[in-house]
Design a protein around this ligand. Structure first.
Ligand code: N01
Length: 515
């Protein structure tokens, strides 16, 4: 966004809480952190020079490599000179008379700006459950999204980890076997599909480079922002054995290619097909875990595959539970009562621990935006406006808050897609919109209430026709006690969404009011 707006001749300043660029990949430095999107598409597509020069080492990029990449990009585009690091935005207030925002920083500085763009991410406000006794815990404790610098040697430690989402699964596979003992406190089992990570060979990379234009085109034109084919759109006309053959082939390919066994929308909305897929994974899990009782605890039965964000298995996650130094505690059956000075007490037992790791996720989608205390027209805060769930038009703007753009905001495809492509599409749309406003002499843009109502209704309706409502997921805010539960990302596909946004822009920003 900085690069693009600067190119358009705007005076741009970025405020960043971290000490460097990197966002998610700056903060999430826990052992095993890696991205589930394949590396050659988990990068910027807007500058050919970038993806022609950079070479990823593995099929899935590891956190340090992604951070290196982002810092390399920032250096090449000379971005640092317009970024103020370790500067946290604490509030922002709109002035309707001047159509400007006054943005306040933690150190008291105030800046006035015509446009206020949030690029705060969907998964950046860590969620820490409110367990009694944590203050008095005498060991070390960490949240995975605020991991300390430097390597931690767990060799002599009894480590406990709470959470078995994408993060927990990566951490457990990595630290199981390193720690003296690892105890996993699991509330809900998950469907981890093998990632099948490996180094990228030179000839493979040559082929990627030769075909990059087509790869990006296919990715942009797909539901998830990923350039994967599926031989069959749906399971229509296939027997269960034939479906399972397709699944087996994709299981061997690994990663999100498995979700592309059929058109992903059909797996996520057809209950019969989804049940075959879910049952297929359950069988795989049972086949990997030696102890049948542990295996049953690891088999998800409470939600369909994909109704929560599907995690990846990089390092024989399920096999980790066959180790003598790893144990699984079912805290759904026996919930955590409290943290004690030296461990965790559940309703059934006490587990002594030296180190406690919270892989408990995020106040997702809205947490980081709401943390900024944003006040729009008529003294209304965004928190008040979104009390019953976020309301936006296209996930890009919310009515009552003119000139505020939200990159990957609620009700845009964001977390249901390959993020860099969704980010780029928003950046381009916002930059074009600002250029249009300059060219036409406008200084104020606001989403119309009717367009927003229709967009929210549309997003909800699409989600209701899919299987998402059958899981208590962070997509719906169900992981944070007391948060309003509403499905937040736009589930209609990046391809369709891009078309809608392009049409709105072509029609002189239809659905927005410009003055
Ligand atoms: O967080 P999560 P995450 N008592 O919310 C458990 C992206 N990501 O950090 O399922 C006990 O998914 C909670 O249990 P339950 C990706 O989009 C990407 O793992 O709510 N347990 C769950 O098991 C991902 O989806 C990558 O019952 C409690 C876990 O904590 C998103 O980030 C890597 C609890 C939280 O799982 C978030 O993933 C990592 C409690 N009180 C993350 N509270 C890659 O691309 C919560 N839990 C590789």
């Amino acid at each position: 966004m900085l690069h693009k707006l600067r190119e358009q001749g705007l005076d741009v300043r970025v405020y960043e809480k971290g000490a460097e660029v990197g966002g998610t990949w700056y903060w999430n430095t826990y052992p095993g952190a890696r991205c589930d999107s394949e590396s050659h598409i988990y990068c910027f597509s807007f500058d050919e020079g970038l993806h022609r020069e950079w070479e990823w080492s593995e099929r899935y990029p590891e956190q340090p490599e992604i951070l290196d990449y982002l810092q390399w990009v920032a250096d090449r585009l000379d971005l640092h000179r317009n970024i103020a690091f370790e500067r946290e935005v604490t509030s922002a207030t709109y002035d309707d008379e001047t159509a400007t925002w006054s943005v306040e920083l933690a150190d008291g500085e105030r800046v006035t700006t015509r446009y206020f763009v949030t690029a705060v991410g969907c998964l950046s406000e860590p969620f820490l459950p409110d367990f009694d006794g944590l203050d008095a815990f005498e060991g070390e404790w960490y949240h995975t999204a605020r991991w300390p610098d430097g390597e931690i040697d767990f060799g002599d430690d009894h480590v406990g980890v709470i959470g078995t989402g994408s993060t927990g699964i990566q951490f457990i596979s990595e630290v199981g076997g390193q720690a003296d003992h690892l105890t996993v406190f699991q509330r809900t089992p998950n469907y981890a599909v093998p990632a099948r990570n490996r180094p990228l060979e030179d000839d493979e990379y040559d082929e990627i480079r030769e075909n990059y234009d087509d790869i990006w085109e296919q990715a942009r034109d797909s539901r998830l922002g990923m350039p994967f084919d599926h031989e069959h759109e749906t399971d229509y006309g296939l027997s269960e054995d034939e479906i399972r053959d397709v699944l087996e082939e994709r299981w061997q390919q690994g990663g999100f290619r498995f979700l592309h066994s059929f058109e992903p929308g059909s797996i996520l909305s057809n209950p019969e097909l989804n049940e075959v897929v879910s049952a297929f994974i359950r069988e795989k899990i049972r086949g990997k875990v030696d102890d049948p009782e542990t295996a049953e605890k690891l088999v998800p039965t409470d939600h369909p595959y994909g109704s929560k964000r599907p995690p990846m298995d990089y390092n024989d996650y399920y096999g980790t539970y066959n180790r003598d130094d790893v144990s699984l505690v079912d805290v759904d059956e026996h919930p955590i009562e409290r943290v004690t000075a030296d461990g965790i007490r559940t309703t059934a037992d006490h587990y002594p621990l030296d180190v406690l790791v919270f892989a408990t996720g995020f106040d997702a989608m809205t947490g980081a935006i709401l943390a900024m205390d944003i006040e729009g027209k008529n003294d209304q805060t965004i928190e008040e406006k979104w009390e019953a769930g976020p309301r936006t038009y296209l996930g890009l703007m919310t009515s009552g808050f003119p000139n505020l753009f939200t990159i990957t905001g609620p009700q845009s495809p964001s977390v249901l897609t390959n993020m860099p492509l969704s980010i780029e599409q928003h950046v381009e749309w916002i930059a074009d919109c600002i250029r249009y406003m300059d060219e036409h002499g406008y200084d104020r843009i606001e989403a119309r209430r009717e367009s927003e109502d229709q967009w929210v209704q549309n997003t909800n309706m699409l989600a209701e026709n899919m299987l998402f409502s059958q899981a208590k997921s962070w997509y719906r805010g169900a992981n944070v006690p007391g948060k309003t539960q509403v499905f937040t990302p736009f589930p209609g596909g990046l391809d369709n969404y891009r078309e809608i946004c392009a049409r709105v822009a072509r029609d002189d920003y239809d659905g927005f009011e410009l003055e």
